[in-house]
Design a protein around this ligand. Structure first.
Ligand code: MF3
Ligand code: CO
Ligand code: CO
Length: 289
């Protein structure tokens, strides 16, 4: 589906409802994040929660994806498949929720966050907080007259300034009556290039940030994407509506998310950059991405 036809008022309300449900699902999951829980348990609670609202967990059977949510731990960049693996103290895990409301012929809402399991390492804090801020920087670039390339440029510039890299193989996307539509929204780019962001467009921004190089590999299960160098990776995603004045974050939450936004370091500023990850002119951290 192209994004040329603007949503009607009623359709827009439906997009708001599906996005709100996806956001509520993450709030529900946040209550359960702790060492000892399995990713399969997260999958089951997400599946049940979403279906209770008459919605469908969009990942299930999407192009053969076998579960109802994506769970991506540590060096997994995205599309991790829930399994019997147990979360350990110090892990970071991205939970990526998408729902279709109503279940048949509905609208999609898509949002993800990275959670801390127990006590995180300085590296885990660093990559997670850079990714959290990268999404904010991307959202701030959605202004009237902005182009898709402006979003990617803003994100990439910020992430590089922090000595991390931006994944290139996976992008944000238009969203609406379908899961993934045009335009694709790369998290890198050239200012002033790409499609214009028009009022009424609904799309995601979902930067994946690596501590090391930007390159990824897909495992033999054909889904799980990992960093090629094994370095940690973190991701945050919102579904957005471009408005007359800027942007409405359709998957916004009412309160600080537990095991993530509620942490004291979730507001990391410039001065808290660990020396080991300070911006570099060259070397692995500054290459690519
Ligand atoms: N939620 C992912 C995104 O942000 C897509 C997951 S596709 C799946 O676009 F099949 F893995 F669920
Ligand atoms: Co998405
Ligand atoms: Co998603």
């Amino acid at each position: 589906m192209s994004q040329n036809n603007r949503l009607s008022k009623r359709e827009l309300e439906q997009m708001r409802a599906s996005s709100r449900l996806a956001a509520r699902t993450l709030e529900m999951v946040s209550e359960h994040i702790q060492p000892g829980i399995t990713t399969n348990a997260i999958d089951r609670m997400v599946d049940t929660f979403i279906r209770d609202y008459g919605a469908y967990p969009s990942p299930l059977n999407y192009r053969g994806f076998p579960k109802s949510v994506c769970t991506s731990i540590n060096e997994v960049v995205c599309h991790g498949i829930p399994e019997d693996r147990v979360l350990k103290d110090g892990d970071i895990i991205n939970v990526d929720v998408t729902c279709t409301l109503p279940a048949k012929n509905g609208f999609f809402g898509d949002t993800s966050v990275t959670f801390y399991v127990g006590e995180p390492s300085p590296d885990a804090i660093y990559v997670t907080e850079v990714a959290r801020q990268a999404l904010e920087v991307g959202i701030a670039a959605v202004r009237p007259g902005a182009r898709v390339g402006d979003i990617g440029y803003a994100i990439q510039t910020f992430v590089r300034s922090k000595g991390c890299s931006v994944v290139r193989e996976f992008t944000g996307h238009g969203i609406g009556k379908e899961f993934h539509t045009e335009p694709s929204i790369p998290h890198y780019g050239i200012p002033g290039t790409g499609p214009l962001i028009k009022r009424g467009m609904t799309f995601t921004i979902e930067p994946m940030v690596n501590l090391g190089s930007w390159e990824t590999l897909v495992l033999d299960d054909d889904w799980t994407a990992v960093t090629k160098d094994g370095s940690l990776s973190a991701q945050f995603e919102h579904t957005l509506l471009a408005t007359r004045s800027g942007v409405e974050v359709l998957t916004r939450r009412d309160s600080l998310l537990k095991h993530s936004e509620d942490k004291p370091y979730a507001r990391l500023g410039r001065r808290s950059v660990p020396a080991a990850h300070a911006p570099q002119k060259d070397g692995a951290n500054a290459a690519g991405g």
